[in-house]
Design a protein around this ligand. Structure first.
Ligand code: NAI
Length: 266
């Protein structure tokens, strides 16, 4: 049975690889990206998201089987919270009417290992509260104070997205409509996003210190694409609200073996 997928960020990196694998299997892919996609749209603002969803729904004939949200940027600027958080959550809300018409609707988003890094609690809360202007203002204020604080913007966007996945996955809109919502948190993936940073020994050393990957080191986009495809497959019937750290062992290295004792009797 072939399915209709909406893939954001389909023109590059993880999104492009995911779209290619799906198309090779015979599935229909409606890509959304700034350029080089079926739907050319800017997900950094509310109107762009609305237009993108309307066009995608039209191209899909009203029924969407799965959404895979990959579009994102890593710069220390306000647009990062707008694209990485609201460009996923608002777009998904707009696409929900198409998903509920599918026999096996599924959603997977791309968070990051960065969701475990230092971040701005205020920005995360503003995003989760749906206050885009406030979240962007916090990002702008942080960026203005120099690179160290500006760097908090990207992890904040990915922490907020990871928390949204857990919250949304069990609500009437998503779980109630039979839609598994999950996320993938990659380690360091070899795509245009990381090319510049990894091109110098100093850059690579900095990245590897923050994201240690004892299993197979830096990963190809295929390693994430195949997981996104399984998460959005008919076979995934009961996974809800999970962020899968598909990261060469970075999460296990940094958080250690005990992520369970938080609820143990003392
Ligand atoms: P990439 O830069 O190769 O692809 C990102 C795509 O998103 C591009 O095609 C770009 O045009 C699109 N995009 C950016 N802003 C947009 C906007 N305003 N509207 C519509 N489309 C827009 O990057 P990559 O590596 O494939 O990243 C995909 C996702 O994976 C991102 O969310 C990124 O944060 C995440 N990620 C990447 C990691 C890496 O090491 N490459 C690690 C962890 C997470």
């Amino acid at each position: 049975m072939t399915r209709t997928y909406v893939v954001t960020g389909s023109a590059s990196g993880i999104g492009a690889t995911t779209a290619k694998i799906l198309r090779e299997r015979g599935d229909t892919v409606i890509g959304i990206d700034l350029r080089g996609a079926e739907v050319e749209a800017d997900l950094s603002g509310p109107q762009g998201r609305k237009d993108a969803a309307a066009k995608a729904l039209e191209l899909a004939g009203g029924t969407i089987d799965a959404v895979i949200a990959c579009a994102g940027i890593a710069a220390p600027i306000p647009a990062t919270i707008a694209i990485n958080y609201f460009g996923v959550t608002e777009l998904l809300d707009e696409l929900l009417p198409g998903l509920v018409k599918s026999d096996a609707p599924r959603v997977a988003v791309v968070s990051s290992m960065a969701s475990l890094q230092p971040n701005s609690a205020d920005m995360v809360e503003a995003a989760l509260a749906g206050d885009e202007e406030k979240a962007k203002q916090i990002a702008a204020d942080l960026a203005e104070q120099g690179p160290e604080l500006g760097y908090l913007v990207y992890p904040s966007s990915k922490r907020a997205l990871a928390r949204w996945v857990r919250r949304a996955s069990i609500t009437p809109e998503w779980a109630g409509n039979g839609i598994p919502v999950n996320g993938v948190a990659p380690g360091t993936v070899l795509t245009p996003m990381t090319e510049g940073l990894l091109s110098t020994p100093e850059g690579a050393k900095m990245v590897d210190a923050a994201v240690p990957m004892p299993l197979n080191y830096h990963q190809p986009p295929e390693s994430i694409a195949h997981l996104l495809i399984w998460l959005t497959s008919v076979e995934n019937t009961h996974m809800a609200g999970q962020i899968i750290y598909d990261d060469g062992g970075a999460d296990a290295t940094l958080r250690g073996d005990d992520i369970w004792s938080w609820n143990d009797a003392s």
